[in-house]
Design a protein around this ligand. Structure first.
Ligand code: SAH
Length: 510
């Protein structure tokens, strides 16, 4: 194959970033914007030894799974690579992606996986699920201010005011900001020169309780608290009064802030956030618990699926009320507080200080006296705590368990997965159960292999679709201590549930 060569290609699979994959002359060929079942005229753009990249010149025969994309810019925007794939097929692709990674990277047996895998948790209505969007701000060829999304594999902005997986009324907020920038000649940040002021607009929405109700369970999705944060390349915002005056009139506006980021890299948020108007945080509710959320804190973007994800994690934790649980990478304490209702105590560790402040406030306001939080990297805090070099403050006073001995450890790391130092400590600590919530199946598979080699076994897993239309997939996994055995349930021809019933009975007899 050579560059610019044109050839007919049938797409047979989907790659890790949602790109179509076909085979030509024994080479895997990756083509953005294509789907399994498409037959295309491809033009090679980059040819490597064993694989190549190509672009679609013509769609000769569309896949039976192709649907009309509800979003007018989905073929240009880098956000949703699966917008034209039927939702049913998206779910199938995501479940397969998790399975493939567990086999290829984790080294797990496929029959074993099929016997323990739970069906992927999908959405009934997958549109407009996001409660958060980060719009880059720039200028078009005529010097007009635009907001939008980055194009595939680039930082070129595809202009857009509405995102079909986000909230429709983001457009009103963006329109106010663009008008204000134009009127006052406030510039957009330019990545090449490092000059200009406004880099991104972060919009987040929480769902408040129904009017007159203080109950966290009484949520009304239509009553919103909106947070707008302008990420700026300066220490202050010029002409901020007029922006505040216009933005604060938008119904539901609750918090207006700037985040200062004068760095030249791709990281969106800087370290300092200043509230310009309203509260520092907005509130949202999940599973009957209220949460305060700062601009810099992580909060799940899909509130309808979050409930399913956390309920799955809770069911895997099999709690009786007596347990000590560690919730590592805890964010604002969402999983921690959900579990705190069912256990003796929860210790949460998280690296972002604002998130820990939110977590502590959330625990206090929710009346939880058994949830404790500490700021720091899990891979540093946990070894130090286990080795007795630091204490968890008041948490260690809660009787019932020795410090450093959790019954259940929950980890919910970012895409890069858990640090090896942390996994090694978890193995030394030896909790009965490990619940791993993952947003990247490749690093999940890598970490599960380390835990398996260290004496744990995979008991169950369940993929969950937190991000419809994108290639991302979340997975909840239950691991338990390895049952000493000579033969696996596959060898014995047993269903996995029966297998563990027998094993548990054997253990009890011992
Ligand atoms: N469990 C939470 C947050 C999960 S997102 C929830 O469901 O809401 C992952 C979190 O890990 C983020 O809040 C991120 O700030 C945090 N994080 C990233 N690296 C970390 C590290 N090394 N140690 C502890 N927390 C970390």
């Amino acid at each position: 194959m050579f560059k610019n060569q044109e050839f007919q290609l049938e797409i047979t699979d989907i790659g890790d970033s949602g790109e179509g994959i076909g085979h030509f002359e024994g080479m895997a060929v990756f083509v953005n914007g294509t789907l399994p079942g498409d037959v295309i005229l491809a033009g090679a753009t980059k040819v490597k030894k064993k694989y190549a990249y190509a672009r679609m010149i013509e769609l000769i025969e569309p896949s039976a799974y192709r649907v009309e994309s509800p979003c007018p810019i989905s073929d240009k925007c880098g956000g949703c690579s699966l917008m034209s794939l039927s939702y049913e097929k998206q779910l199938e692709y995501k479940a397969k992606k998790v399975r493939d990674k567990l086999i290829r990277i984790g080294g797990f047996d496929e029959r074993f996986l099929d016997s323990i895998a739970e069906p992927i948790l999908g959405m009934t209505d997958p549109m407009r699920y996001r409660n958060k969007a980060q719009y880059p701000v720039g200028e078009d060829g005529n010097g007009r201010i635009i907001t939008g999304f980055y194009a595939v594999h680039s930082h070129r902005i595809v202009a857009a005011e509405d995102c079909y997986i986000g909230d429709k009324s983001d457009a009103d907020i963006l329109s106010v900001i663009k008008k204000w920038m134009t009127k006052n000649d406030v510039s957009a940040y330019d990545e090449t020169s490092g000059k200009g002021v406004v880099r991104h607009v972060l919009i987040r929405r929480g769902c408040a309780s129904k009017e007159g109700s203080a109950l966290a369970t009484d949520v009304d999705e239509n009553i919103q608290q909106i947070l707008v944060c302008l990420i700026v390349n300066s220490n202050d915002l010029p002409y901020k009064e007029s922006l505040i005056s216009d933005l604060s009139r938008i119904q539901g506006m609750h918090s207006i802030s700037i985040n200062i980021n004068t760095r030249r890299d791709n990281v969106i948020l800087g370290k300092v956030t200043k509230t310009l108007w309203g509260e520092d945080t907005i509130r949202d509710h999940s599973l009957g618990i209220g949460f305060n959320i700062s601009p810099a804190s992580f909060f799940q973007v899909n509130r309808r699926q979050t409930v399913k994800l956390y309920e799955k994690a809770l069911s895997y934790a099999s709690l009786t009320g007596k347990e000590t649980v560690w919730d590592l990478y805890c964010g604002i304490g969402t999983i921690s507080l959900f579990l705190a209702q069912k256990v003796k105590k929860v210790l949460g560790v998280e690296i972002v200080p604002e998130a820990i402040e939110d977590a502590k406030k959330n625990a206090k306001e929710g009346g939880f006296d058994n949830a404790f939080f500490m700021t720091g990297a899990a891979e540093e805090i946990i070894p130090a705590y286990y080795e007795g070099r630091i204490s968890f403050g008041d948490a260690d006073e809660v009787a019932g368990h020795e410090a450093g001995h959790p019954d259940v450890v929950v980890v919910d790391p970012p895409r890069k997965g858990c640090d090896e130092k942390l996994l090694a400590t978890i193995l030394s600590v030896g909790p009965d159960r490990i619940v791993y919530v993952s947003c990247d199946p490749a690093t999940l598979a890598r970490d599960l292999r380390i835990l398996t080699d260290g004496g744990y076994e995979l008991r169950k897993y369940c993929p969950c679709d937190m991000f419809p239309f994108s290639h991302h997939v979340e997975t909840v996994v239950l691991m338990g201590k390895t049952v000493t055995r000579s033969k696996s349930h596959v060898d014995l021809g047993l269903d996995v549930e029966d297998y563990y019933k027998i094993k548990d009975a054997e253990k009890e007899q011992e």
